[in-house]
Design a protein around this ligand. Structure first.
Ligand SMILES: [Zn+2]
Length: 141
């Protein structure tokens, strides 16, 4: 979080108000297909709610989408990218786009019929989440 704040030249506490939860660097060695020219990518939230890249000209925000290329082979992609250039409006525009990105992402979550929790689509198979499929239905991933 402090690294992101420093990169943006923003106060850490402002940033924490905007970002819904945990921020980590995207690990490109673990299946990420993101536009590296946008800069350094960070994932926000657990479960994942938003992607944020800090590049030479500004900040890119995007809706995360995870595709399974195999049972243990998730690939992280971005959708609906928005670019906010560095400048006076950055602190106004980043939260607006971030809210929108998180809203779109959350609208794709599904409620598992077993545990009744909202889960991201990549953790679901039909009406069941992967945890419940393993725990209650004997499915091995
Ligand atoms: Zn479940």
């Amino acid at each position: 979080m402090q690294l992101v704040a420093d990169l943006l030249g923003l106060d850490r506490w402002d940033l924490e108000r905007w970002l819904p939860g945990f921020v980590t660097s995207v690990d490109h060695s673990r299946g990420a297909d993101l536009d590296r020219s946008a800069g350094a990518w960070f994932q926000v939230g657990r479960p994942l709610l938003a992607l944020l890249a800090i590049g030479p000209t500004g900040v890119t925000l995007a809706v995360p989408r995870v595709e399974w290329q195999g049972p243990a082979d998730p690939v992280l992609r971005s959708e609906d990218q928005r670019h906010v250039p560095f400048g006076d409006l950055l602190a106004d525009l980043v939260p607006v786009h971030l809210d929108e990105v998180v809203r779109i992402r959350r609208s794709r979550f599904h409620t598992c019929v077993d545990c009744e929790q909202d889960k991201p689509p990549e953790w679901m198979e039909g009406d069941l989440c992967h945890s419940c499929m393993e725990r209650n239905h004997g499915v091995v991933f």
